[in-house]
Design a protein around this ligand. Structure first.
Ligand SMILES: NC(=O)c1ccc[n+]([C@@H]2O[C@H](COP(=O)([O-])OP(=O)(O)OC[C@H]3O[C@@H](n4cnc5c(N)ncnc54)[C@H](OP(=O)(O)O)[C@@H]3O)[C@@H](O)[C@H]2O)c1
Length: 320
């Protein structure tokens, strides 16, 4: 049996982070997580993760605590907790996110770790209409991708110059028990306020939260158990999306069906802008994303399409 890896996670108290901790623990790895205060630390503890108090944006004793860990994982989001970012905040949030991820790379390098995994998102690729998108497609972020995806170039350059392996995971829209799915979409259906924005013909690439978490474990194991090498490592992207991108209107109809609600009406994008320009750009962006690289890593989603994943996600939301 392989020795457990020592994983350091920044963002473990968030939506994606909580799923990651559960998955790493289920695979018997030792997980330590950065918590910005003791209350957030308690969340980590309840999931079997050892909290380390600190903030990615400030140097502190947390950096010495992680010496000789195996892999660092970043799934942080800049800005106020639970608040969707606004257009006017992009420059400030992009800077904050770039600084936070840069510090994670630098601290993982100083701690002599095997590598670092960072989180991007499919909105980083931008709008590609009917065309398929793979890891070679250049980033051209839209909507919420603007304050995350734009950091890729600087972070790739930094990890290369420090000769630390970096894997940039690019999840689709992550649905499951938390975040936008639980806090915005399901309540919007419950109160008959859900709407298809524009024609709804754009593609969305999605992934169930528990499947996403398994991909992080595979990526970390690949890095953590690889023999040390003197080669200059080149950062790589890996898309983590299910097998079947769906059109926005079909996604909304599927959610309606599983919730037992009517299929929502459409509203013009110009009207929906009242809910936020970035949100409208994000939900109308067409991203038909391929997952062959994740499959080559050995990733086998339990929910290869929303037909399998949605009933499980809604049951989890209902159970709380
Ligand atoms: N949710 C999705 O559907 C989705 C899809 C694709 C990509 N993504 C990307 O995945 C990342 C995580 O998303 P999420 O939905 O899990 O976000 P989230 O629930 O808001 O969690 C964000 C996490 O980041 C932590 N954090 C923020 N700034 C920090 C700092 N300076 N130092 C240490 N920790 C810090 C937060 O800590 P506190 O607990 O202290 O607030 C929290 O644990 C984001 O970059 C997002 O763009 C998300």
């Amino acid at each position: 049996m392989r020795v457990p890896l020592k994983i350091f996670i920044a963002g473990g108290s968030g939506f994606i982070g909580r799923h990651l901790i559960k998955a790493f623990r289920a695979h018997n790895h030792e997980v330590h997580g950065l918590a910005r205060d003791r209350t957030r630390g308690k969340i980590l503890e309840s999931l079997g993760c050892i909290p380390i108090i600190g903030n990615l944006l400030t140097n502190g004793p947390w950096e010495r605590t992680i010496e000789h860990f195996d892999v660092a994982v970043g799934c942080t989001k800049p800005g106020k907790r639970g608040q969707a970012p606004a257009l006017a905040q992009i420059a400030e949030l992009l800077k904050s996110h770039t600084d936070a991820c840069s510090n994670l790379i630098l601290s993982a390098h100083a701690a002599k770790m095997r590598g670092v995994i960072l989180t991007f998102g499919v909105l980083s690729y931008g709008d590609h209409g009917e065309e398929w998108v793979d890891e070679e497609t250049p980033f051209d972020p839209v909507g919420y991708g603007k304050f995350i995806g734009t950091a890729r170039h600087a972070l790739a350059h930094l990890s290369e110059s420090k000769r630390i392996r970096a894997t940039f995971l690019v999840p689709g829209w992550v649905y499951g028990n938390g975040s936008w799915f639980k806090d915005q979409l399901v309540p919007a259906f419950e109160t008959n306020q859900a709407r298809i924005v524009g024609a709804g013909d754009n593609y969305m690439s999605l992934v169930h939260a528990t499947d996403l978490a398994e991909a992080y474990v595979l990526a970390a194991e690949e890095m953590g158990y690889a023999p040390r090498s003197e080669d200059r490592p080149v950062p790589r992207n890996i898309n983590i999306v299910d097998d079947e991108p769906v059109r926005q209107k079909d996604w909304m109809a599927s959610v309606a069906r599983v919730l037992g609600k009517p299929i929502p009406a459409s509203i013009p994008a110009e009207e929906a802008v009242a809910h936020g320009q970035l949100w409208v750009e994000s939900v109308t962006c067409s991203g038909r994303v391929k997952n062959e690289k994740a499959k080559a890593m050995g990733w086998k989603p339990q929910y290869p399409s929303i037909q399998q994943g949605l009933p499980a996600a809604i049951e989890a939301v209902r159970k709380g």
